[in-house]
Design a protein around this ligand. Structure first.
Ligand SMILES: [Mg+2]
Length: 257
């Protein structure tokens, strides 16, 4: 889940100002966490605070605690956050995939990972493609960390997304749907040979940079881990209340012990 947060922070300054270069600075003063980090923390918090796994409640709580992140929230999601009685709105946006990563680490079986990934999508993204994006991302994380990259990619190609987009710098157009985003994500993961390279491609293809960064980062973390220097720099961008969830999660369910 830390990989998702890092991809979000690195991509934040490029969401509305795309680059087609691979040699950009990963972290600058213009970088910030955005909605992808807030929602990722909310899902992690839902997992680690009791047995009811109240994804809906924790998403509302964290998003209301950070009402104006850099880049804002999507329009429908913003209304859902503000609602007294939030209902799913049949979304197939890539938000279900960008927030799900903790689930791929928390559970010990693929079956549990898939059930809970679906449950984490349903409060908002109850469209088939929204649920599929969450399940595919969590499945990719679980399989990558337990079986490695090649076995994971084979399963994704067979069961979820049969065709991927070959990464071409600056050629990806803005598309915030799951079905538009996930083939880009897996094309990048397929091509990359390490965490940092994957993050650089996620940004330099263009499009919805922070969210592509978050999803790619979450899967890349499960394949390669994250270089400690990147972890240490990223921590400086994470506010203390989020950091307490992140560090607890990483020490108990991730690989930083
Ligand atoms: Mg964002």
């Amino acid at each position: 889940m830390l990989g998702a947060i890092i991809g979000d922070i690195v991509g934040s300054r490029f969401e509305f100002n795309n680059t087609d270069r691979l040699d950009f600075e990963l972290f600058t003063p213009e970088c910030s966490f955005t909605d992808d980090t807030i929602c990722t923390v909310a899902i992690a918090n839902a997992l680690t605070s009791g047995t009811d796994r109240n994804y809906k409640g924790w998403l509302q709580a964290w998003c209301n605690a950070y009402p104006n992140p850099m880049g804002g929230y999507g329009g429908s999601f913003a209304r859902w956050i503000a609602s007294d009685d939030p209902q799913p709105y049949n979304s197939f946006g890539n938000g279900s995939a960008m927030r799900v990563s903790a689930i791929g680490w928390y559970f010990d079986t693929l079956e549990e990972v898939q059930i809970e990934a679906g449950n984490s999508a349903l409060p908002t993204h109850n469209h088939l493609e929204g649920v599929k994006g969450a399940i595919a991302t969590a499945t990719a994380i679980f399989l990558a960390r337990t079986q490695g990259k090649e076995a994971m990619l084979k399963a994704i190609k067979e069961h979820y997304y049969p065709t991927w987009v070959e990464p071409q710098l600056g050629k990806n157009r803005f598309d915030e749907t799951c079905q538009g985003t996930m083939p880009v994500v897996f094309g990048i993961i397929d091509k990359a040979n390490g965490f940092e390279e994957a993050i650089r491609y996620a940004i330099a293809v263009g499009g919805d940079s922070d969210t592509i960064g978050a999803i790619v980062g979450s899967i890349a973390e499960a394949i390669w881990g994250i270089p400690p220097v990147i972890v240490n720099t990223a921590y400086k961008y994470i506010p203390a209340p989020m950091m307490s969830i992140v560090s607890k999660f990483m020490h108990n369910y991730g690989y930083i012990r």
